[in-house]
Ligand binder design. Sequence first.
Ligand SMILES: Nc1ncnc2c1ncn2[C@@H]1O[C@H](COP(=O)(O)OP(=O)(O)O)[C@@H](O)[C@H]1O
Ligand SMILES: [Mg+2]
Length: 357
Amino acid sequence: MAYIELRQVSKYFGEVVAVDRLDLGIEQGECIAMLGPSGCGKTTTLRMVAGFEDLDDGEIRVGERCLSSKKKNFYVPPEDRNFGMVFQAFAVWPHLSIYENVAFPLRIRKLPKEEIEKRTKEALEHTNLFQIASEHPDDLSGGGKQRVALARALAIRPDVMLLDEPLSSLDPHFREEMRFEIKDLQRRFGFSILYVTHDQSEAMALSDRILVMRLGVAQQTGTPLEVYGKPANRFVFEFIGLSSFIETAFDADAMRIGGESHPWPNGVRPSQEIRASGRGILAVRPFEIEFLDPASRKGIPGVVTRKIFLGETIDYRVQVNETEVRVQKTRREPGPAVGENVKLGFPRPHWYPIGGD
Ligand SMILES: Nc1ncnc2c1ncn2[C@@H]1O[C@H](COP(=O)(O)OP(=O)(O)O)[C@@H](O)[C@H]1O
Ligand SMILES: [Mg+2]
């Protein structure tokens, strides 16, 4: 059994199903990123784990302990869950010094004076704030303020860190630096992390596993490589990384594009279910599409309509029947010019049903 367990957790706001029968297990010391577009239920889930929001169904447990259960009508209040929290907004108290900001939750918990001092100092040292502890957080940059929020969460020595888009208000440069700092702190202190983000590269960089959400429903849980390499559906494919999609019809044992029949790309057939529906979506990563010799008998014919220089990468648009297909190559690879006829090869195709995500 996982350390933290969400079982069939649901939350409704009137007609809106914010979270729909969510199952999730987080191991001790594991970092799970909850990834999905705005409004998919990430913050609501985090608030239920924290205890700020009650459940409309299901149960949340940590270790042997039940934290929230709809059926048992049981809730542990947030202050009795040993969780640290950092939010997107810079939630620091401007009238308190940095030191007092960090010590405050410990004072609320009525810890002995020496213990408060010890933990506050430790948290400040680990976040490189000790030298400026007597200053006010108002003068700090966004990154500095988030570091104070992190130190404050750290000082309670949490079992779990709940982080809700903590880096999304920061400059890109700071964002990357703070990713490393969060990972370092986790390594040192061993807490679990539930990390909410809509930024796929952040989820990839930080987490052991990613949970992809859409409209309150879990789409897939897996390692970054699994969700990138084996997306469970078209939505996950599109949300993680770049994508090109081609809608095709099917012949008996081939695909049909623009009235022409072609062998399955790299021999990869859609599932029986998709084939039976008569149409499907061929999904590929732009970097995994090959330019084949136009005289080749293999590949799908198209015409290059645009070629955009992106530094190390060249971004091509290739018109294939009615679809514009995105292809990427490094600038060191030879590639066709605009207007050229090409044939596209798909060595690693994925198939999804139409409208089936
Ligand atoms: N307090 C609330 N009252 C009514 N609707 C809410 C409330 N909080 C969230 N929602 C709705 O629940 C859904 C999920 O919201 P949220 O968990 O904030 O998503 P995310 O954090 O992924 O952007 C959205 O449709 C949102 O409008
Ligand atoms: Mg949110």
